[in-house]
Design a protein around this ligand. Structure first.
Ligand code: F6R
Length: 622
């Protein structure tokens, strides 16, 4: 995880680094720091805690860096060493200063060797050691670029590193090996680079996603890219991003998470436009998607993912098996990569990851590729690692998601999986269900219906707010559901833990009596997800069981479901208009309910909604 930003050029650098780090704070926020050339010396300001602490340090001498135009910055998610100022990046070793993202797997060995040669690291990090390696090479007479190259080749594991030296002012050297790095030219002269594209957008929306094993040299004159191993120059494609500054801003919302929840209808439109070719008369005629051929050949699927993406995968399984009758298994990437899975001919392994950088999901795709298994990716980030590891990618079109909790990217993943189920159903002429042009018409109506439900004065919105705010003196929450509502129950519990730090469990309603019901008493809230689908009646029976044990019941169901409403202490109706669409689409309406419930609980508790403790958005370590 961790976020890196660097700039060299003609503009004042402090503002670029601070704005860049602010955009990257979602990647980690244990500590932050910047290193800036002041004349020929490099000055460092770093601190544990949030970026504000570094800004405070900068305010102490407000004009000190006003003529500086080269520097690097970092925001940290601690792996090796506690989140202290000492362990914060940048690290300075002699005249070398660096920031690092990733893990140096052979750091113990390197540390032992460095110490035997008389070096004494000041921090507990693996990152700092790299500075000593570069320093040693420069002492042998190599320049900064060659020294970084030689040193990097000694590392094991996946990292990106950006290095500057007081001996070569105005030069930034970066290496990408695993952890992402994106670069762009500053039209006014110079180069900006970062762990993702967001810090680059204010300066240039034409960016280059570096590939594994790329080494770059940035100066005020421009950018050069080399292959780390061979040292020869390489050319990488320039990608034009359609992200506007507006999309990177909170706008009128108090938190990014809230803004992103409300963006879901728009995200559905963008994803539909991006995936479907609506000029074809055939429903589910995918546009020129390279992954379509792989879908056509699939006999079965294995979905691998983590966290919220894993919940989307579970929904995908329900949809694809029910609608297209193709078998799907869903695996946690962190487990699957260390299992001995049975991989039958015709299996397609699909990695689902909004960031496209999650280490475990990527490792699975890499391993499958090595074994000659067909792979697909579903990701929200163009140029992300998943697009290199998978044979083909279906992109979601959610735009940048800045809140650490996944919301709109989840909905976009759901939509892609739903569309895939419809495509497969159509291609394979599955007749028993309704994945037909009518369903296509249903999905087209989704954004409008969702947008109506999300109106501030809708019944759904009012009831979510009232419920979240009224539940006091509560010991914990159980989300329960069956069928499509089961993954939504898991998602509801994850969100509540993640941002409101509440004890929460998600259960398949039928599983409660196999153990967890022992937890149910007067202090427990049970949130029952029971829209009127084929599982609703069974879920209602389970509701009766927990009600009998004194739990506080929050019901989520169709607005005209009076019977269900009567059984509940709190009632959240999902829009009545849902009736005009397929019950397969109900998860799209449950998603904002569980997201908003968690959001308002978090607000009530006063947690840092967009940057919940101990988390980071992009999990690039195992
Ligand atoms: C929860 C959340 C995480 C991610 C998980 C996988 O709100 O954001 O659980 O879903 O870390 O991340 P991606 O989708 O980037 O692979």
């Amino acid at each position: 995880m961790c976020g890196i930003v660097g700039y060299v050029g003609k503009r004042p650098v402090v503002d670029i680094l601070i704005r860049g780090l602010r955009a990257l704070e979602y990647r980690g926020y244990d500590s932050a720091g910047i290193a800036i050339f002041k004349d020929r010396k490099i000055e460092i300001r770093k601190s544990e805690g949030r970026l504000e602490n570094v800004e405070k340090l900068l305010r102490e001498k407000i004009n000190f860096f006003s003529d500086s135009t080269c520097g690097i910055g970092h925001t940290r998610w601690a792996t090796h060493g506690k989140p202290t100022s000492q362990n914060a990046h940048p690290h300075k070793t002699g005249h070398i200063v660096l920031v690092h993202n990733g893990i140096i797997e052979n750091y113990i060995e390197i540390k032992r060797e460095l110490m035997s040669r008389g070096h004494l690291p000041l921090s507990e990090t693996d990152s700092e050691l790299f500075g000593f390696l570069v320093l040693e090479e420069m002492e042998k007479g190599f320049n900064l670029v060659d020294s970084v190259r030689k040193s990097f080749l000694q590392l094991k594991g996946q990292s990106s590193v950006v290095v500057i030296s007081e001996r070569e002012p105005g030069v930034i050297v970066g290496v990408r090996n695993g952890s992402p790095l994106v670069v762009a030219l500053d039209p006014e002269g110079g180069v900006i680079l970062a762990s993702d594209a967001q810090p680059l957008i204010p300066y240039n929306s034409e960016v280059i996603f570096l590939e594994h094993g790329d080494l770059i040299i940035g100066t005020a004159e421009g950018l050069k890219i080399f292959d780390l191993e061979t040292g020869s120059a390489v050319v990488r494609p320039v990608v034009r991003l359609d992200w506007t500054l507006e999309k990177l801003d909170k706008g009128r919302f108090p938190h990014y998470m809230l803004k992103e929840i409300f963006e879901q209808p728009e995200v559905l439109v963008e994803t539909l436009n991006g995936i479907l070719d609506r000029t074809q008369s055939q429903p589910y005629a995918f546009s020129e998607q390279p992954g379509v051929k792989i879908l056509d050949q699939a006999i079965e699927f294995i979905f691998v993912a983590c966290g919220t993406s894993w919940h989307a995968a579970l929904l995908g399984k329900y949809w694809i098996e029910r609608r297209a009758q193709v078998s799907v298994s869903v695996e946690l990437a962190s487990e699957f990569r260390y299992c001995q899975p049975v991989l039958r001919p015709g299996v397609v392994v699909v990695g689902i990851s909004q960031s496209g950088e999650t280490a475990d999901t990527l490792a699975v795709l890499r391993e499958m590729r090595r074994k000659g298994i067909s792979t697909l990716g579903i990701s929200n980030v163009r140029g992300s690692s998943i697009s290199r590891e998978a044979d083909a990618v279906f992109y979601t079109f959610a735009g940048p998601e800045i809140g650490v909790a996944a919301t709109k990217t989840f909905t976009a993943q759901m939509l892609v999986l739903y569309l895939i189920s419809g495509y497969l159903s159509n291609q394979r002429k599955v007749k028993n269900l309704d994945a037909s042009s009518e369903t296509f018409a249903g999905v087209i109506k989704l954004p409008q219906l969702l947008s109506e439900s999300l109106q501030p004065n809708s019944k759904m919105m009012k009831q979510i707010y009232n419920t979240a705010m009224s539940l006091t003196k509560v010991r914990g929450f159980f989300f329960i559901g069956r069928g499509y509502s089961f993954p939504m129950a898991l998602e509801g519990a994850l969100k509540l833990k993640e941002i409101a730090y509440e004890y929460a469990e998600g259960y398949a309603a039928g599983e409660l009596k196999h153990g967890p019901i022992a937890m149910i008493d007067k202090g427990m809230v049970v949130i029952v997800l029971a829209p009127r689908d084929s599982w609703r009646d069974k879920t209602v029976s389970n509701l009766e069981e927990v009600k009998a044990r004194g739990a506080i019941i929050v019901g989520v169901g169709d607005s005209d479901d009076e019977d269900l409403k009567m059984l509940c202490d709190y009632w959240i109706p999902i829009a009545a208009e849902n009736r005009s669409i397929d019950s397969d689409l109900l998860p799209f309406f449950l998603a904002p309910v569980v997201q908003l419930l968690s959001y308002y609980r978090a607000v009530l508790k006063g947690t840092d909604v967009d940057k919940p403790r101990n988390l980071a958005k992009s999990v690039t370590v195992e």
